[in-house]
Write a protein that binds this ligand. Structure first.
Ligand code: NAD
Length: 284
């Protein structure tokens, strides 16, 4: 029996991913730390005839992730492992952002790696926000490329750049860029077993997360909206559609890369940066 797994399945994008993956048959293993929305999604899945297993899970807890992988292993051979659990800057301080987004994804990739097999695909949830960093050569970039198992990683991050990292916005961006880096790196581990790893970078997507960010940082969200070439927010199911493709046989040679689902915002960012540099050069 094939088992597909979604973490953060009680959330907007996780729910849509679970509904799409359920069409493949087999077992749908859905996890989230919030029982109520998880049960509601389980009921929706049952309504469309899926065989559902529900697991209350916390991605910040290594044992909880190991248990989730064990439940999946008992249910069958793993197919898609969609790691959608995540938080935004309005939902926690910089430590929580690193613990949930970055280390949570790392725990998921590591817990499920021994179950990887041909046809198994892990999907990490990065963010277009990671593109807003000048990565490469930065101390944080180097730190997140190191083994996150090193126990003092979080403290080392805090020490970089005189506390720069502890600003929630910066920590969010790095935590999400870190997810894309992890997925690049873990492609080798999963690949050795015939499995694949990819990440997706959503732009502004409608849902409770962005509603909260709008209250907290409306100015920033509006400026991102204004710079999105498609001139609208994305729908959670538009992300799930890409996840469905990436975890299908049609994407059988796609691994170790990040796919932007952002209405063109990331590309616009590159052009804006070029224009800024050009203006700065002209004024010198
Ligand atoms: N919404 C956006 O615009 C946007 C943009 C870029 C990236 N993302 C990322 O996409 C993913 C899905 O976002 P969404 O809009 O569906 O958000 P959401 O808030 O609707 O869903 C996230 C889910 O993760 C769960 N979760 C949080 N912490 C957890 C933990 N410690 N253990 C287990 N579950 C936990 C929450 O309970 C929630 O159900 C997240 O990783 C998010 O950071 C979102």
């Amino acid at each position: 029996m094939r088992v597909n797994v979604v973490t953060g399945a009680g959330g907007a994008m996780g729910r849509c991913c679970a509904l799409r993956l359920a069409r493949r048959g087999g077992v749908m293993l859905i996890a989230d730390r919030r029982p109520e929305p998880l049960r509601a999604v389980a009921a929706e899945l049952a309504d469309v005839g899926a065989e559902v297993v529900v697991e209350i899970n916390d991605v910040t807890d290594g044992e909880s992730m190991a248990r989730l992988a064990a439940v999946a292993g008992d249910a069958g051979e793993i197919g898609a492992v969609v790691l959608a659990a995540g938080i935004s800057p309005a939902m926690g301080d910089w430590r929580a952002l690193v613990e949930v987004n970055f280390l949570g994804t790392w725990r998921g990739l590591r817990a499920f790696a021994p179950l990887a097999r041909p046809g198994a695909v892990a999907v990490g949830f990065s963010s277009m926000a990671g593109m807003f960093l000048a990565a490469g050569g930065h101390d944080v970039d180097a730190a997140i490329r190191e083994n996150p198992e090193v126990p003092d990683l979080v403290d080392r991050l805090a020490a970089i750049d005189d506390g720069f990292f502890t600003a929630p916005e910066a920590a969010y961006r790095w935590s999400k860029l870190g997810v894309a880096r992890l997925c690049e790196q873990e492609a080798a581990t999963w690949g050795a077993r015939g499995g694949r790893v990819v990440s997706v970078s959503p732009g502004l997507i409608e849902g409770p997360m962005n509603a909260l960010e709008m209250q907290d940082r409306g100015h920033l969200i509006r400026s991102l909206f204004d710079r999105t070439p498609l001139g609208r927010m994305g729908q959670p199911d538009e992300v799930a559609a890409v996840v469905e493709f990436l975890t299908s046989e049609a994407a059988s040679f796609v691994s170790g890369c990040d796919i932007r689902i952002d209405g063109g915002l990331g590309a616009q960012r590159v052009f804006d940066q070029q224009a800024e540099r050009h203006r700065a050069g002209t004024h010198e």
